[in-house]
Design a protein. Structure first.
Lengths: 235, 235
């Protein structure tokens, strides 16, 4: 198994995705929120880039629930923002989420062309690593980053999973990510560029929740054919 | 002084360059070769993206010398390849180099918009850090990377200089680069993705030369107004 980590999201265009499982990571907060909403009972999610696209889908399908943020704040007219705590502990009887965020949904779309697309976060790190080991295919981690830039927390999360995979071959980016994971304490991630932005908004509870490692068994898959994602059913 | 390091070259489009000194790094081998050619007596250099642009310039100005590579090999019709050892120990009485490489010359052009553009490599790491300290301005390191991807050796070099600067504020990318510098031994850089490619071509002497740290006093500047670069004259 080969493992590579992309360090800036834009770099993905220079990678051949066919033949790889692509793992999209947006710790603060898209992939954490998606995992939490699905575990609370939402049936599936549909990531879109634009706010207008989401609103238009809702006009034609009023049963859809809209979720997402711009600059970390809930979009007007949406049903949810991008906080995992809106969903944690809930017990939904299904539901379909249309999701648009600044960084995360873009990264999911950028993974098109991979053999399979998985969404991961710190909370699902061990579960996703176990799932990937079971698949036995080459793995490319794609941190969503912050407005196109390197993200410390997403890359750290990729480094954690890369290490758990105990792969035979690590690319230069994977080695760098594993070094970050080894030498940057978990607590530091709350003070990354993105972490400080959430702090400034007073979102400490979100930060703490997003920084809990391997506490969930959920593995989120995204089907690029249909555009819908959901929890993996059989493991 | 703020210091940031871009981890994948494409990411530069998301950075505001005005107000920053941008330091372009292409250890294997563009910035190393430019430094060595200028120290051997070449007067100045002119980076261009395309081979055809270089050949066209030479047709109108036959005195120009063409240098560069594609896939690490000298371009047919060019006077030089991209090896620093073509120039080391020479004693040129001036000369103007038009230079086109796969990664390095692109990165120099991408630095347009910065307050000033410096070219650095491991051989000039300490000299460039001293120069930057003297300037006292915010510094953004731009590793040229390998075909748009993260480059271990360029980022390591950025981390070395970032540390030498003893800045008041380091961005997330700078912290990652400094960790790489701290924990990856210098010898490992010969086995990076780019290093292995040069090894496969038998370019061990080039690798060893490029991996000598802080052995030169030269600081290479590029003037984005004229498109020409040269050694800094006054320090």
């Amino acid at each position: 198994m080969r493992v590579e980590v992309i360090l800036s999201p834009e770099e993905v265009v220079h990678h051949q995705l066919a033949g790889w499982v692509c793992v999209v990571i947006d710790v603060f907060r898209f992939t954490t929120t998606i995992l939490t909403a699905l575990e609370a009972g939402m049936e599936r999610f549909f990531p879109v880039d634009g706010v207008e696209e989401a609103l238009s889908l809702k006009r034609s399908h009023p049963e859809l629930l809209l979720a997402g943020e711009r600059n970390a704040l809930q979009v007007p007219g949406f049903d949810f923002g991008n906080s995992p705590l809106e969903h944690y502990g809930k017990n939904y009887a299904g539901g379909e989420l249309v999701f648009s965020t600044t960084n995360g949904t873009k990264a999911v779309q950028a993974a098109r062309g991979a053999d399979a697309v998985v969404l991961a976060c710190l909370r699902s790190a061990q579960a996703v690593a176990d799932y990937l080991k079971g698949q036995g295919r080459d793995v490319l981690f794609l941190p969503a980053g912050l407005e196109g830039k390197f993200s410390l927390e997403d890359t750290w999360c990729a480094g954690l999973m890369a290490k758990l995979l105990q792969a035979g071959e690590y690319g230069d980016g994977a080695q760098a990510a594993m070094l970050l994971h080894e030498h940057v304490p978990l607590e530091e991630l709350a003070h990354s560029a993105h972490g400080r932005r959430l702090q400034a908004l007073g979102l400490w509870d979100d930060l703490h929740f997003c920084l809990e490692c391997s506490v969930s068994q959920g593995v989120v898959l995204w089907d690029q054919e249909t555009g819908w994602g959901a929890l993996a059913r059989e493991r």
